[in-house]
Ligand binder design. Structure first.
Ligand code: PLP
Length: 489
């Protein structure tokens, strides 16, 4: 005999309304997976950037919200029919824009399952599996990157939030050591922090500093060399215990890294804090053949990196790592009676987010599916493909602005093969490449010059993709040069 309570529970769960909702969810989940499979099957035949027609058709979504419900199956169909063609076709190996990366199959699949779980990992009790996988995956990342084994890592939405989190931790730690409690007094009247960064510091670090109340007027910018890495000889030697230094692993244009081993020890000996933005470049540390490129990075106090870029995790997934757990905790702890917990690893006290999805799930799946050698392979392959790209383009007379150190290739196009890049030609070639559709890459300006920036950060990219893309780039360039209106101005 079941107890009256158990009987009531069974009744509630088998109530027709609840059952119908569940059945609908099961059907929709299967339907969504079927549509997702169809989308992927068609991906190789789609242009990398969506057609103008597909983008124009998005107007269907711009309508007032209707008053009556629409069946979820129809909602899904509308999303697929009008949404899928208007996506940027990432993950097929020929998207070289920004540092977007592709997606690892195991991680993308885990995201589907995790979506059904719908876990909030703010506190371990809210999701035991989320808490365990977060802890394990975060620990593996610290290990893979060769960072101090007792450093604490936690997931964020991306490297921007990771930079922000570390900068706030640094700010509060430096001020705490100087006898000032930000928790109690805030920043008004606090001792001034000296902030030093390279001339080519990433914009997200500047934004993070601003959000942390530390910029931009007070930031000292140290000169960089031809590759965009800080010139160690120009780095100030008079930093003090209230100095925050922002270094970078992986310049977003050239892939170069700052000379960590020459800068970090002195800054830390004098009591300062060194943070490293390694959104993509920090992953060089996971490859035995490339880790020398970020030598000494493990000496810092904090690090930011992304899993959604070069590691090929799904969006959005960043990682912040701090050497001393208490520094992160001091800055990020949140108190309310209902949040009291004896747990070792309450995520809401380790990062800026409170409620958060279980980012450790996909990361765990990705790392497990690849293993250590698979991660190293991913890094090495991208670096090799970047060199291949640079060699092919240089051989065709394109100006390659920096020999690829990692996975980034900045190039510019001249009036003729072998001539230095011309801004107008470069911009015209970029438009032509984007319209041609074989690949996609974006424009940037580096050291005053317009460039096409190629980022090889998708594990799906084969050397055939590089060959085909190099041909398409050179053909687009030739087409621009052949335009009759060019000679008439
Ligand atoms: C992309 C990038 C960031 C910002 O990362 P998000 O994940 O987009 O927030 C920061 N620094 C560098 C060097 C980057 O390449």
């Amino acid at each position: 005999m079941t107890s009256p309570l158990a009987h009531a529970l069974v009744q509630a769960r088998t109530h027709p309304a609840a059952l119908n909702r569940l059945r609908e969810r099961i059907g929709l989940t299967t339907e969504a997976a079927r549509r997702a499979g169809g989308y992927l099957a068609a991906a190789p035949y789609r242009p990398i950037a969506p057609s103008a027609d597909a983008v124009a058709a998005l107007d269907i979504f711009r309508r007032p919200l209707q008053s009556e419900p629409i069946p979820a199956r129809d909602v899904l169909a509308e999303l697929d029919v009008f949404g899928s063609p208007a996506t940027v076709n990432q993950g097929v190996g020929r998207y070289f824009g920004y540092v977007n990366g592709g997606v690892e199959p195991a991680a993308a699949a885990a995201a589907i399952l995790a979506g059904a779980w719908d876990q909030n990992v703010a506190m371990p009790g809210q999701s035991p599996v989320g808490a365990v996988l977060d802890e394990v995956a975060a620990g593996w990342i610290v290990d893979l990157l060769g960072l101090p084994s007792d450093a604490v890592a936690t997931f964020t939405t991306g490297a921007t939030l990771a930079n922000f989190t570390a900068i706030v931790a640094a700010r509060d730690a430096l001020l705490a050591r100087a006898g000032w409690s930000v928790e109690e007094h805030g920043l008004t009247g606090a001792p001034a922090i000296r902030v030093i960064a390279g001339a080519e510091v990433h914009a997200s670090v500047l934004k993070s500093l601003r959000m942390a109340g530390l910029g931009p007027g007070i930031i000292e910018r140290v000169p960089v060399d031809a590759t965009g890495a800080i010139d160690a000889d120009a780095f100030p030697t008079d930093t003090d215990a209230l100095t925050l230094v922002l270094l970078q692993a992986g310049n977003v244009t050239s892939g170069s890294s700052d000379p960590f081993a020459r800068i970090i020890p002195g800054v830390r000996e004098r009591g300062g804090w060194v943070h490293v933005d390694g959104a993509f470049g920090l992953w060089a540390a996971a490859s035995p053949t490339r880790k020398h490129l970020v030598k000494g990075v493990e000496l810092a106090d904090s690090w930011a990196t992304d899993a959604h870029k070069w590691l090929n995790a799904p969006y959005d997934l960043g990682v912040v790592i701090v050497r001393e757990r208490e520094d992160l905790y001091r800055a990020m702890a949140i108190t309310a009676p209902y949040l009291a917990t004896a747990d070792e690893r309450p995520l809401l006290h380790l990062g800026p987010h409170m409620s958060q999805r279980a980012r450790g799930v996909e990361t765990w799946a990705l790392l497990t599916a690849r293993g250590r050698t698979g991660i190293a392979q991913l890094i090495d392959d991208s670096c090799d493909r970047a060199s291949q790209f640079a060699d092919l383009l240089r051989a065709a007379g394109v100006e390659v602005l920096a020999r690829p150190v990692l996975n980034q290739v900045p190039v510019a196009f001249g009036e003729a093969p072998g001539e230095p890049g011309d801004d107008k030609v470069t911009d015209a070639v970029i438009v032509a490449i984007q319209a041609e559709g074989t690949l996609w890459a974006g424009a940037s300006t580096w050291k005053g010059q317009r460039i096409l920036r190629l980022s090889i950060s998708d594990a799906a990219t084969t050397s055939d993709d590089i060959d085909a893309s190099a041909v398409a780039i050179v053909e687009s360039w030739k087409a621009v040069l052949a335009r009759p209106q060019r000679s008439t101005g």
